[in-house]
Structures are given as structure tokens and as C-alpha cells.
Design a protein. Sequence first.
Lengths: 577, 202
Amino acid sequence: MAAADLRVHEAHRESFWTRYVFSQDHKVIGIQYLLTSFVMLLIGGALAMAMRVNLAWPQSGILQADQYLAAVSMHGTLMVFFVLTPALLGGFANFLVPLKIGARDMAFPFINMLSYWVFLLSALVLLASFFVPGGPLNAGWTAYPPLSALPQAAPGSGPGQSVWLLSIAIFCVSSLLGSLNYITTILVMRTPGMSLGRMPLTVWGIFLAAILALLTFPVLMAAGILLLFDRHAGTSFFVPTGLVVGGEVIRHTGGNPLLWQHLFWFFGHPEVYIVILPPMGIVSDVIANFARKPIFGYPAMVGSMVAITVLSFVVWGHHMFVSGMHPLLGTGFAITTLLIGTPSAVKTFNWLVTLWRGKLYFSTAMLFALGFVSTFVAGGLTGIFLGNAAVDIPLHDTFFVVGHFHLVMGVAALFGIFAGTYFWFPKMFGRMMDERLGRWHFWLSILGVYGTFFPMYYLGLAGMHRRIYNYQAFPYLAKLQPVQVFITLSAFLIFLGGLVFAYNLFTSLANGPRADRNPWRGTTLEWSADSPPPHGNWHGEVPRVYRGPYEYSVPGAREDYLPQWLSPVEAGVEVRH
Amino acid sequence: MAVTVRDLAPPPPKAPPPDDRGPGGPPPAPRVTTRVGVWLLVGAVSLFFLALTSALLARQAGLDWGRTSLPRILWLSTAAILASSALLEAARASLRRDHHEGFRRRLQVSALLGVGFLAAQLTAWRTLVHQGVHLATNPHTSYFYLLTGAHAVHLLGGLVWFGAMVRATRRGAADPERIGDFAVYWHFLAGLWVYLFAVLFL
């Protein structure tokens, strides 16, 4: 052991640059991804605050109309592409996959490093659009043509839209490099004994999300290229005949804006599962740990994630019920959409049953995991309403949908990220986060998100449009201003919670109490490595695996849990037939 | 102390792969790693082209579709890329029989045919431009330039890889596994071209 330690230090005297900046170590790359995502979260959150001030007090004039549209569009883009996706399929995927499956690194460490730097480039390109003439895009994160296809259509449809497309194209490349790595690593680099049926659910979630990303980001790339051609090369893929913008007839002919919607949502709907499958795994790991119980129905958990993955390819049309489609097609999409609720319900049931009669310990990670389950249900149930075309049509362009997807996808995924951060922070940095500040973060967040997004259901049913700069132009909407004020005050609570989190993150990095290898008495392989693990993850041999990932409260075990790496002899459990 | 049956579940079947590079060293990646990665790449690129061609098929029904006559030279490029693929297989067969000289020669000719394919595509574009057929002339030409261009970009990447391989074999290093990894991608590009050719002109 001592000799092995010595070799680590001898072989790896690296410079600061190769160790922390241009590192090929999956753990460093994971932390780079995660911290970049948190910076983007701050920007995306600040934009949300500006929008909320504008909605609560439209007369304040804090944002001009085009600035408001730019804020909406950039908020969505930042949160989906530059916070949720890279924090999960970037941050946690990189940090956790090799550690949890017993590999020393990713399958392609160089490509892995490249994927982070390409991602950072795409983020910088996107942020640059704040500084181009006309400002960032106005067309929303979904960038529907013709608004996004005609530079003269809105201030943000000029250079800002082109920069956005460029940034997303670069992001697609980065995503490909990343997901190639996660899938290959999980397929070929598992330690002996780590069968697929013994993989922690976090790894399953990342694996399936990476497959979705691998197969759907290329479609977004294709759509983006078509749109760039329409904007700059005079083609008419998306622009229909006879449009008049600013009194001038557009020369494009015969394109179909619905084509963009089909291509975009073929990517866009799997994308929401890309950001929800990894948190589903993280939450399963955290809940099993802090309930000290095996996850209930492991095969059903895996099966339902696989079912969600497959079904997510055939539900995209439910984003387009209001765009007009053949009724038969609409019915088909409604059926697949309702079907995908079934595996989601299986998962929720299993989380609740895992909690049932467990020895619950409410750490911050556990609180956020429970928060995930809560908002996933509160947002998911309205998804059943919206999955019906007949109900969706009156509600689609209202705040009802804003409340729905923020709770079920945005907040739930973010809570999964927070749960994972509090849970694995000791492994990442060798220090514990402050639990008291963590509780402040959680309670501010949970009160804030329910105060923000629950009233949106009411607003939506009352007819509040979701893409409107000044709703006070309509008397029946102007009366709803007090609700908007309440929502904005609640949103401030979320942001305040985020600042507490940022403070906690930095002070814990500097002064948090030292963490030992396994502070949460976890069962999976990452807890057998040092905190933080060395380059190569384990001194000496890579651990092998002897059992499933959730052996908590094992009768007859010396402690109440049996880690995956403990050999039967070391475990020394009595035979009981 | 006794041991449970359940705990014994995975009797460690065989010794772990020798890991003499020690901790902290590069990870011992199994030999199939690159092959899996190449197949995943092929999957991702397929979805990219499926998205574009399904857009084409939807648009084809439109009244304004237009139709550009097929530049003759595209038959030549089709022949070149298919021959290149076949020769690559012939080269791999030579390598399996330890016939190194034949292997190197066939590999080089296969690579040259790849370059020839690209040259033929360039000629096709030039011919069309001379005839006044441009990107925005009609939907058919838009898709033609877009699809052939995107395919050429992927092929250019393949040629860089091919060049690296030819260089490596000149130094005498011919790893059948590495050639096999590349062959997956190269055959895919040939198949993809036949598919695009059919979608565009048949």
C-alpha cells in the first residue's frame, strides 16, 4: 500500500495547468462542468428576477419589450442547455460514472477534456450575444421560425439569433463528445462483479440520458443548420410563401415552419428526460441512503427508466397540439403522452414505499431529494391534463404550462442537482458542506418554488398569456396583477436561497470540516475511495463488486449496511437459509 | 465465521486484468472501447442525416419541389466510394493473411479513391454552379447541396483519420483492431452516400 501511494505521487507530479485546467481527470472535468453550470444558473436566475419584476410591476419599465423577450429567451436557453444539461450530463456524469462503476477514468479521457472546452466555448459564444446589435434572440429558447428565420422580424432576430444558433451547434458537438464517453465507459469499463443489475440507479439514469442525448442532439444540429441556411443563404426550409414583414414581402417561398417544430421537439422532448433521468437516479441513491433501506423495486426502477427512454421518442407532438395537426395524429401523441405517465408513477410509488418505515434522517441532501419527489408530483399531475389535446389547446399558451414544466422539469431537476451536490460534495472536495445553511437553502427554495409556480396554474386557468410583455393592456388580465406580485416576491425567495447556497459552497470549500471516506455510510463504490480520490481513483487495485447497490439495514451485518466492495469473507455475515 | 449464500453471489470468476500501469496511470481500456465509440458515433451521425432526409421527404410532396437533373459525374463518385470500401476490406483480408506489402498498397489505393470521391463531388458542384443551379434555386437543389456538403464534411474527417492510418502503416505499425475501427466508419460513409444518392435522385 505504501509503495503504491509512493508511485502515485512519483508518477503524477503535474503542473497546475495540466492538473486543474487542461485536465483529463474525469473528476476535475466533472467539477469544471458543475461550477460552470452554477455560474450560468446565477445569470439565468438574474434574468428570471428581471422578468418577474417586469411582470409584477409593468409600469416600472425595468425592461423594454424587446429586452423582455430577450430575457425570456436567454433564461430558457441558459437554464436548459447551460445549467441542467451540463450539470447532469457533464458534472455528475463525469464525476460519478467511473467512481461508481469501478473504473480509473473515462474510456476516452482526451475527448472528455475536449467536450468540456467545447462546451465552455459554446457558453461564451452564447453570452457574447448580449453584446451584439439588437441584443440576444427574441424567439424564445425554442426559436420558432419565421420569427427566428427573418433577421428583420424583431431586434433579436438579427445577429443575436445567428450567434444563438452558432452556440447551440457548438453545444451539440460537446454533447456528442460527452455522451459517447459516458455510454462507452459504462458499457466496457465496469469492474468485475458490476453487472448491469448491480449498477446504482444514478449510473442507470446517466446511461439512459446519454443515449437520448446521443440520438437527439444530432437532430437539433440538423434543424439548426437548416435555419442558418434560411437566414444566410436564401433557402426556404422553414419560411412560408407570402409573408409580409414591416410592409415588405419576403422573398422566401414554400417553406414550412412546422418542420422546425417537428425537428426541434423530436430533440426537445427527449431533452426534458435527459435532464430528469439522472436526477431520478440521484434521488433514488440519496433516499435509499437516508432511509437506510434498499430502494423498493430496483428492477421496476430500471424498467421504468428504460420505458421512459423509449417512450420519450414518440411524444414530441404534444408540444404542437395548438400548431394544428391531423386529429388522428394528435390522438396518437395524446396516448403516448399519457402512457409515459405510467413509468413516472411507478417511480414515485417506489420512492414513497422506500421511505415507508425507514429510519429517516433529514440531511440537506435528503430534503432536496424529497423536494424533488414533491415537485415532480405537483408538476407531473398537471402533465396528465396537458397530455390531452382537448385540454391542452385552451391552456397551452397560458401560465398553466409555465407552472407545469417549471415544477416537473426545471425545479425537480435543479433539486436533484442540489441533492447531488450536498451528497457528493465531501467526495469532490474532501470537506463537508454546512448543514445549517443547507437547511436555509432548502426551506427558502421549497417555499419559493411553490409560491412561484403553484399560483401560475391559477393564472393560466384565468387566461394569463405566457408570452406577453404587458398584460395590463387587457382589463381582464390587469386585475391579476396582485397574483403576479405574490409570485415575484416568492421568486425572490428562490434567488435568496440560491445566494445562501453560493455562500455555503465557497465557505465550505475553504473551511468546511474534513470529510472521511464514507461520511454518509454509503454502499456504492465511490465511498471506498479517498475523499477526494487521487488521479486514478483508488490506490492499489480497483475494488471489485460482490452485491447490489442498496444493501442497507442488512440483518446480521456488523454495521447496518453492506458496501458493494466488501468481500463475503470481510463482511462475515451469518448463514441463514 | 460463516458466509451467506447470497453474499457469495458473484464468485470472482477470474483474476482481474493485469493492471501493471499502477494507480494514477492511464486507465486500462479494454480493446473493444474504440469500436464501441465508433458505433455510437455512427448512430449519432445517422440520426443527423435521418433528420435531414425526413425533412426532404416531407418537402418533396410540395408543388415547388423542382428537380435538378443528375450530374453524370455522381455515378463516378458513387463507383469511387464503393471501390474504396471494397479495397479497404481487401486490405484487411491481406493483413489477416500476413501479406503486409499487399495490405499497404491496397490501403493506399483505397485512401486515394476516397480523395477521388471528394474531387468528383467538387466537380459536380462546379458543373451545377456553371449551369446556374444554386443553393436557393429550388428546394431540391437546397437539399442537394446541403446533404452532399454535410456528407463531404464527414468524409473529410474520415480522410484525416485515413491519412493518419496510412502514415502509421508506413512506419510498419498495422493494428488490425485499429483498422477495423476505422473500417466501420468508412463503410458507413459509403452506405450513407448510396442512401443519400437514392433519396436525392431516385
